[in-house]
Write a protein that binds this ligand. Structure first.
Ligand code: URA
Length: 434
C-alpha cells in the first residue's frame, strides 16, 4: 500500500477501505507517513467527505493507535464530557468541579486550542504551576480521592489524534464532520469513561455553522459511542455568539470562577446546568432532571464546587490561591475599548471573528510551535439583544503588544451588527440527541 495512492483515491472521491484507513493511521502514528502527505489527505477528506463506515473505521484506528485507559480502579460510574469547540467556551472549567462536587468521578482528557477556538488545557495553565502531564497512577489516584483529574493527550492515548489535531489546527482542515467525530470519539473511547456527554456547538463561532450539520455530527458521535457500549448523549448548543462575556485563557478562568461563585453570565450558567444535569443522570446520581439541577445549584450555593476546583488545581501542581483570588492569574498590560458604530439592538456577533481577534492578540496558535499568551483576550460588554447607544463601549480588548492590539481592534470593529427593533435572545440549548 502507498500513501500516495490513498491520497489520490480520496482526492477523486472514492471510499477508503478499513485496511487502508488503518494503514494510514498506523503509519502516521509511527512517523512513517510524513505531515505533508497527511495534510494532503486531510484536505482531500475535507473536500470529499467520508461515509459513516469510513468515519467509524477512522475513529477505531485512532482509538487503537495507543493504549486504552483502564478506569476500573475508579469507583462509580465515570462520566466524561467533551465540547466540539467554541469561542469563550470555558465550560469544563466550571462544569467538572460542579459534577465532581455532586459525586460524579470525572476522569477527563482535554485538548488545547484548535483553530479559532480555545482549549481547556491552555486555560487551566493560567493557574501558575498547573500541569496535565501527570502519570496514569496519579490521574487515577486523584479521581478516586478528589473526584476529578484532567490530563492532556499523552503519547500513549490516541496518539494519532494528538498528531492529527495539531496538524489540522494549522492546515485549515478542522471543520469537517468525519474528522471532528473521529477526533473526539477516538480519545473519549480510549479514555475509558462509562458515559459521555457531548456539547455539540452550532453557529458562526462553531465548526458546524449550520444547525442541521451540528445535529448530524451529534447523531454520528452518539451512534459511535453507543456502538462501543457507552451511554452517549449529544446536547446541541448555541455558538452564534461567544459563550458568556470573556474570551481568552486566563480571562475565561476568571469567568468560570465567578460562575462557581453563583455570579456567572446567564447563558453560561444555563449551559453548565443542562450539561451537568445530563452528566448526573448518566452517572445515576439523580433520578430526574429537577433533582439533578437542584443538586448542581446547591454545590454552587454552598461553595463546594469552588472548593472542588481549588482541590483539583492544587492536586495538579497549580496555585489554588488563584481560585479564591483571581487577581493572581495572568493579566495583560494594555487595553482598549471598541465602541458601537451606531445605535440599536445587537443583532449579530461574528463569533468566529471574535475568536480570531483573540488569536491575533496572542491567545491562540499560528503554528504548531507557537507559544500562547494566557493573559490576553476580550471582554464583551454587549451581547445579542442588548441595546447600545452610538459610541458606547461594546467590548474591551486586552494585549501585551501594541501592534497586536491595533490589528485585533481593526478586525473586531466589523464583528457587531445592529438593528432598530428588539432582537430575540437565542436560546443556548438547541436540542438533545440521545
Ligand atoms: N475537538 C476535538 O477534540 N477534535 C476536533 O476535531 C474538534 C473539536
Amino acid at each position: 500500500m502507498r500513501m500516495y495512492d490513498l491520497i489520490m483515491k480520496k482526492r477523486n472521491g472514492n471510499i477508503l477501505t478499513k485496511d487502508e484507513i488503518h494503514y494510514m493511521i498506523e503509519g502516521y502514528t509511527r512517523g512513517e507517513i510524513p505531515d505533508y502527505q497527511m495534510s494532503a489527505m486531510m484536505m482531500a477528506v475535507y473536500f470529499q467527505g467520508m461515509n459513516e463506515e469510513e468515519t467509524l473505521q477512522l475513529t477505531m484506528a485512532m482509538r487503537d493507535s495507543g493504549e486504552h485507559l483502564d478506569l476500573s480502579a475508579v469507583r462509580g460510574i465515570k462520566v466524561d464530557k467533551h465540547s466540539t469547540g467554541g469561542v469563550g467556551d470555558k465550560t469544563s472549567l466550571a462544569l467538572t468541579p460542579m459534577v465532581a462536587a455532586c459525586g460524579i468521578p470525572v476522569a477527563k482528557m482535554s485538548g488545547r486550542g484548535l483553530g479559532h477556538t480555545g482549549g481547556t488545557i491552555d486555560k487551566l495553565e493560567s493557574f501558575p504551576g498547573f500541569t496535565t502531564g501527570i502519570s496514569a497512577d496519579t490521574f487515577l489516584k486523584n479521581v478516586n480521592e478528589i473526584g476529578i483529574a484532567i490530563m492532556g493527550q499523552t503519547a500513549q492515548l490516541a496518539p494519532a489524534d494528538k498528531k492529527l489535531y495539531a496538524l489540522r489546527d494549522v492546515t485549515a482542515t478542522v471543520d469537517n464532520l468525519s474528522l471532528i467525530a473521529s477526533s473526539i470519539m477516538s480519545k473519549k473511547l480510549a479514555a475509558g469513561a462509562d458515559a459521555i456527554v457531548l456539547d455539540v456547538k452550532t453557529g458562526s463561532g462553531a465548526f458546524m455553522k449550520k444547525e442541521e450539520d451540528a445535529f448530524a455530527l451529534a447523531r454520528e458521535m452518539v451512534t459511535i459511542g453507543k456502538g462501543a457500549g457507552k451511554t452517549t448523549i449529544g446536547v446541541v448548543t448555541d455558538m452564534d455568539q461567544p459563550l458568556g462575556r470573556a474570551v481568552g485563557n486566563a480571562m475565561e478562568v476568571k469567568e468560570a470562577i465567578d460562575t462557581l461563585m453563583g455570579r456567572g453570565p446567564a447563558d453560561f450558567q444555563e449551559l453548565c446546568l443542562t450539561l451537568g444535569t445530563y452528566m448526573l443522570l448518566a452517572g445515576k446520581r439523580a433520578s430526574g432532571k429537577e433533582e439533578a439541577e437542584s443538586m448542581l445549584k446547591e454545590v454552587i450555593a454552598n461553595g463546594k464546587a469552588l472548593d472542588k476546583l481549588a482541590e483539583f488545581v492544587a492536586a495538579q501542581g497549580g496555585d489554588s490561591k488563584a481560585v479564591y483570588n483571581p487577581g493572581l492569574l495572568p493579566a495583560a498590560s494594555l487595553s482598549e475599548d471598541v465602541t458601537a458604530a451606531e445605535e440599536g439592538y445587537v443583532s449579530r456577533i461574528a463569533c468566529e471573528e471574535v475568536g480570531i481577534c483573540s488569536l491575533l492578540l496572542g491567545g491562540g496558535r499560528e503554528t504548531k510551535e507557537s507559544v500562547i499568551d494566557l493573559s490576553v483576550g476580550i471582554s464583551l460588554h454587549k451581547k445579542k439583544g442588548d441595546f447600545v447607544k452610538k459610541g458606547e463601549s461594546i467590548a474591551t480588548l486586552y494585549a501585551n503588544d501594541r501592534d497586536k492590539l491595533r490589528q485585533a481592534i481593526k478586525r473586531f470593529e466589523g464583528t457587531y451588527g445592529y438593528c432598530e427593533t428588539p432582537v430575540e435572545i437565542p436560546s443556548v440549548i438547541k436540542g438533545i440527541v440521545e
